[in-house]
Design a protein around this ligand. Structure first.
Ligand code: ARG
Length: 461
């Protein structure tokens, strides 16, 4: 049998394989609520503009609401023959209310219909992402506040560089996740336009009111070019981009958690609820959640590249290629939500081993820069020369297998006569972090200031 929607032009129906490659209902049924909301708004506008009768509109809206409850109660029968969510809903509407159903698609195409459905879905998902990010940031702010004075090694090249505080390290992630949050807000702002009423591609001759449907669906305004309206998937690409960047931040953090939780580092201890054991090695406590967050980033990043590649060759306006936009976004969104929630839980539950952090911060000559700075400040040496003298001190300490602060004063004075006992006051890791008072530096007072700043800013975000 030929298709009920375009049977006028077709003598026979599709091959089974054609149906299989063409159908999207298995995944775009996720858009049912948006599709029905879009259709109700469209029908109300058509009636308001005198394009359909008020009586027909009432029947349409009633039928659509029935379908909504059928889908939500699980009694709706989705059909692959009917290709996608739009035709599944419309076909059922015809069953329910008869000929009036056929008036719903006046001044509309599936091209603007899918564009509006998908935008509504992505917009709602972006709002959920924002909430999940805010929870994660709150978890970090608490940790940062609690550990504004907890000293740990800061690394470059994965080698101990200078002492920092764990609070400062935590606040670095607050900066990253707050940028992610602001990217979500920006993306929502840009996607907040309704494509409904662009029709197939050229607009319509019916006297529709696009401002009315835009408002009814919660959009700021209608889009301004009908061709762009049905071709544009930037909103999906932007969502995937921000998801990929956010996932990448989560992955770097996950990597740090994996390293920190090793017995060798022992900086953090994961709670039992966020780790797993080994079936053979009884001593093991594995950071699986962190590892999976790190791994799932590959999936999210892959979806961005996938959709960019789908879109890059498409001439204006709609091509069926664009049906491939949905699974990428659905999976990226679901994956990112899970990653954010798992990370928030893991960070909240994780305990910090301040002892181990401090011990590590003190090894590896992490206060060498403080010694050089002291020579500049107190002995008037040019920094380059101070660097040289300090290098000799490190070599000496290393040869004797002791810390810088354990070198006898007489030995230090052999390297530079101006050195006094006062130098020992900067060689401890606590003194080192306390001295980094520049704006954005690691000194506890700076960290506390940044925590207060973000708490206030996020209350409004
Ligand atoms: N299922 C289609 C999609 O997701 C809906 C739009 C179909 N439009 C068309 N002209 N075939 O893209």
């Amino acid at each position: 049998a030929s298709n009920a929607m375009w049977g006028g032009r077709f003598a026979s129906g599709p091959a089974a394989i054609m149906e299989a490659i063409n159908a999207s209902i298995s995944f775009d049924k996720k858009l049912y609520a948006q599709d029905i909301a879009g259709s109700i708004a469209h029908s109300e506008m058509l009636a308001e503009q005198g394009i359909i009768s008020a009586a027909d509109q009432k029947q349409i809206a009633h039928g659509l609401n029935t379908i909504l409850s059928e889908i939500e109660s699980g009694t709706f029968e989705f059909s692959t023959r009917l290709e996608d969510i739009h035709m599944n809903v419309e076909a059922r509407l015809a069953e329910l209310i008869g000929p009036a159903a056929g008036r719903l698609h006046t001044a509309r195409s599936r091209n603007d219909q899918v564009a509006v459905d998908f935008r509504l879905w992505v917009k709602a998902e972006a709002l959920r992402t924002a909430e999940a990010l805010k929870k994660l940031i709150a978890a970090f702010l608490d940790k940062a506040e609690e550990h504004s004075e907890t000293v740990m090694p800061g690394f470059t090249h994965m080698q101990t560089a200078q002492p920092v505080t764990f609070g400062h390290h935590a606040m670095a992630y607050v900066e990253m996740f707050s940028r992610d949050l602001s990217r979500v807000r920006d993306a929502i702002e840009r996607m907040d336009e309704s494509p409904l009423g662009a029709a197939a591609l050229a607009g319509t001759g019916f006297p529709i009111d696009r401002h009315m449907t835009a408002k009814a669906l919660g959009f700021r305004e209608p889009t301004r070019n009908s061709l762009d309206s049905v071709s544009d998937r930037d909103f999906a690409l932007e969502f995937l981009s921000l998801a990929a960047i956010c996932a990448t931040h989560l992955s770097r953090l996950a990597e740090e958690i994996v390293i920190w939780s090793t017995p060798q580092f022992g900086f953090v201890r994961l709670s039992d609820s966020y780790s797993t054991g080994s079936s053979i090695m009884p001593q093991k406590k594995n950071p699986d959640a962190a590892e999976l967050i790190r791994a799932k980033t590959g999936r999210v990043n892959g979806h961005l590249i996938g959709l960019l590649t789908v879109m890059k060759g498409l001439p204006l306006t709609y091509s069926k290629d664009m049906q491939e936009d949905k699974e990428a976004v659905f999976d990226a969104a679901e994956t990112l939500e899970l990653m954010l929630a798992a990370m928030a839980g893991m960070v909240t539950d994780m305990s910090i081993n301040a002892e181990a952090m401090k011990r590590a911060a003190g090894s590896g000559y992490a206060t060498a820069t403080d010694l050089a700075d002291w020579l500049v400040r107190e002995a008037g040496l040019p920094f380059r020369e101070a660097h040289h003298v300090t290098g000799k001190a490190v070599a000496l300490a290393e040869a004797r297998k002791i810390g810088l602060e354990e070198l006898p004063l007489a030995e230090l004075q052999k390297l530079n006569a101006a050195i006094t006992a006062d130098v020992y006051s900067v060689l401890t890791v606590e003194k080192s972090v306390q001295s980094r008072t520049s704006f954005g530096g690691t000194a506890p007072e700076q960290v506390k200031k940044q925590v207060a700043y973000w708490r206030e800013r996020l209350a409004k975000a």
